[in-house]
Ligand binder design. Structure first.
Ligand SMILES: [Zn+2]
Length: 186
């Protein structure tokens, strides 16, 4: 019997009527989150089954519960929620990665953080790598669950980068490389 394939659940943060943060020139966070998740799905080797879970309901909590329930029902090895950060400080920039309260989640977060920081060159004084009790992390039963804040969409220069295919693809490739190192599957 072949082993059942490992499942990766990707959650592009926000969706439905909720655009997430909006950049100074109007770029919606959800568009960036979706683009990056689509590139991850596209470029990841078919060794992992990739399922995208996105909120569709109006109620914020209801939407997140929907995401977590559909993810947990798949018993995934990995759950990754992709977001862009926002701050009233227009200078804020840099990567942040948060993880669920487990050593496996912390390990995946560290690997993904390192790869993104390397490729996007965005480790700054605003960067964070920490455990957090965000709803989707707290309630995920995936063996490793992380939430990535790729960078600050509220920063005009970063927003401009986030619009580009090359930045979106680089972010996706870095996430894939982190997953590769974590799973050792290819
Ligand atoms: Zn977000």
């Amino acid at each position: 019997m072949p082993q059942p394939r490992k499942i990766l659940v990707l959650n592009a943060g926000h969706g439905g009527p909720d655009p997430g943060a909006v950049g100074p020139s109007g770029l919606k966070e959800v568009e960036v989150n979706e683009a990056v998740c689509n590139y991850v799905s596209h470029y990841i080797p078919p060794l992992l089954s990739v399922v995208q879970a996105q909120q569709t309901k109006t109620a914020k909590k209801g939407g997140l519960r929907e995401v977590v329930d559909s993810s947990n029902s798949l018993n995934p090895a990995i759950f990754i929620s992709v977001h862009c950060n926002s701050s009233i400080n227009k200078n804020a920039q840099g990567l942040q990665v948060y993880y669920a309260n487990s050593p496996t989640s912390a390990r995946l977060a560290r690997l993904v953080f390192t790869e993104i920081a390397d490729i996007l060159e965005n480790e700054t004084k605003w960067s964070k790598l920490a455990s957090a009790s965000y709803y989707v992390l707290k309630h995920s039963t995936a063996r490793a669950a992380i939430l990535i804040e790729l960078d600050f969409i509220s920063n005009l220069a970063i927003e401009k980068l986030m619009r580009t295919k090359s930045w979106q693809q680089d972010a996706a490739k870095a996430i894939i490389e982190g997953i590769r190192l974590h799973t050792g599957m290819w």
